[in-house]
Design a binder for this molecule. Structure first.
Ligand code: URP
Ligand code: ZN
Ligand code: ZN
Length: 467
């Protein structure tokens, strides 16, 4: 494979910032330093005035997921191509077995779909049901297939929700295998109660979605999950934290030494629940995801939690639907497919709001967009770092360039964007995935199947100190 010299930029990692050229050869970072020579035939990219950083690692995506009577609009090719256009060069997606389905068989199905990815990908397993077969197959998932993280749902009663008894059993099985439990923390019992009450009152529109999922329910479930993890002595990863109460619980637990990692999403740092009050169904339904966007005050609290280190990872929960798909819930908010896009937008939004907004140093930006996710999920330092020998996943960001985010110009396969019309300053101008130049200043050169599966080793040691 040809070499690439990224010349004249400022290299930022989660620890340092320095002027350096970066040489990528045979898909790996081969050298860093001042005044590197370009090998014969190498592509030379001028990064003058730009930041050169590890490619983004998005630990939370849903490509091609069959859910709520439809299938997520982005498949693994379109979704990962969009990711690359936004500087994300690794994703971790979720396998979702049907009720009673063998998780190993579900994994094989997902591997078939995911093999069309244009960036590298790892897989988590959703614990969509519990029983002896699931527990048994977890061993092969961890030891033979490199699926070392398992998501448990405390919400979606009658669907994905597990009982506390099942979650305890699942956490213990994770502990035995050196796997990492993840939780979707909302109180499913109370959500079901509130949904039924709202529908009975004739409140069927999208506003019922946040009303049936108040922030306290996320706070309660987060405390419950942390308590289980603490008592059972197993590490815990809390996905898509949206509520101040949940962030506080994670921060408090970390201060006590509990090995818990909290992930939040750019949308939760910037968008509030006023979006659900819009009379435009496509707009309000376009924002329906779980947990929902929260009342004013929560985004600010999440920024403080990031600054204090309570929340240390960002993902996107990329799960995008078209307006047409969201209309499946036109008669009843409980049927609106849950999820929003964003895999293409995360780095832009976090640079603009985080770094330009004074919440993040460039190093913290790298920690939050790649390094900490790679550390949490056993991909460090191959991903999320630029040390010699790391994968040649590199992003060049021009901090002076501006762009307006819009469904009309995005590569995500949907006609909706929660970021519609927002201008950001700081634009990804190049993205390399294991040395392949996928994003060339506005030109997307994605190729289906050029990404590789990332089997991961069991944890344990990584969580001696949670990132
Ligand atoms: O609404 C969401 N977040 N959909 C994706 C599934 C999940 O819970 O992460
Ligand atoms: Zn979830
Ligand atoms: Zn999700």
């Amino acid at each position: 494979m040809a070499a690439t010299l990224i010349r004249g930029g400022t290299v930022v990692t989660d620890e340092t910032t320095r002027r350096a050229d970066v040489l990528v050869r045979d898909g790996l970072v081969a050298a860093l330093g001042d005044g590197l020579e370009a090998p014969t035939g190498a592509e030379v990219v001028d990064a003058g005035g730009c930041l050169v950083m590890p490619g983004g690692v998005d630990p939370h995506t849903h490509m091609q997921l069959p859910t709520m009577g439809t299938v997520v609009a982005d498949d693994f090719f379109t979704g990962t191509a969009a990711a690359a256009a936004g500087g994300t060069t690794t994703i971790l997606d979720f396998v979702g077995p049907d009720k009673g389905e063998s998780p190993l068989e579900a994994l094989a199905r997902w591997q078939g779909w995911a093999s069309r990815s244009t960036v590298d990908y790892g897989l988590h397993m959703t614990v969509s049901w519990w029983g002896p077969r699931f527990a048994r197959e977890m061993e092969a998932l961890v030891r033979a297939h490199g699926v070392t993280s398992f998501k448990f749902f405390l919400a979606y009663k009658g669907g994905l929700m597990l009982s506390d008894e099942e979650i305890v059993a699942g956490f213990l099985r994770c502990r035995e295998l050196g796997a990492l439990p993840q939780v979707h923390a909302e109180n499913g019992e109370l959500i079901a109660h509130l949904q039924a009450k709202l529908l009975a009152e004739g409140r069927t529109g999208p506003l019922g979605h946040p009303l049936s999922r108040p922030p306290q329910l996320e706070g309660e479930a987060t405390v419950r999950a942390i308590t289980m993890a603490e008592i059972l002595d197993v590490p815990l990863y809390v996905v898509h934290v949206s509520a101040a109460q949940a962030a506080d619980a994670i921060g408090g637990a970390r201060r006590r030494g509990v090995k818990v990692v909290g992930e939040t999403l750019p949308g939760f740092l910037a968008i509030d629940d006023s979006v659900y009050a819009s009379p435009d169904f496509d707009f309000s339904a376009g924002h329906v995801m779980s947990p929902p966007y929260r009342p004013k005050g929560h985004p600010e609290a999440l920024w403080r939690a990031i600054e204090a280190g309570a929340l240390s990872v960002t993902g996107t929960d990329h799960c995008c639907f078209t307006k047409e798909q969201k209309r499946l819930g036109a008669a009843e908010f409980t049927r609106i497919p849950n999820g929003c896009g964003g895999v293409e937008d995360r780095l832009h939004v976090l640079w603009h709001l985080g770094v330009n907004g004074g919440h993040l140093t460039p190093e913290r930006f790298v920690a939050l967009t790649s390094a900490n996710a790679a550390k949490a999920f056993g991909l460090w330092p191959r991903k999320g770092s630029l040390e010699v020998g790391a994968d040649g996943d590199v992003v060049v960001l021009d901090p002076s360039r501006r762009k307006t985010l819009s469904a009309r110009t995005q590569h995500q396969r949907t006609d909706f964007s929660v970021w519609e019309g927002r201008e950001v300053k700081g634009v990804v101008v190049h993205a390399f995935a294991r040395g392949r130049h996928l994003w060339v200043d506005g030109d997307l050169r994605a190729e289906a199947g050029s990404g590789r599966y990332l089997p991961r080793a069991p944890f344990g040691p990584v969580f001696r100190s949670a990132p």
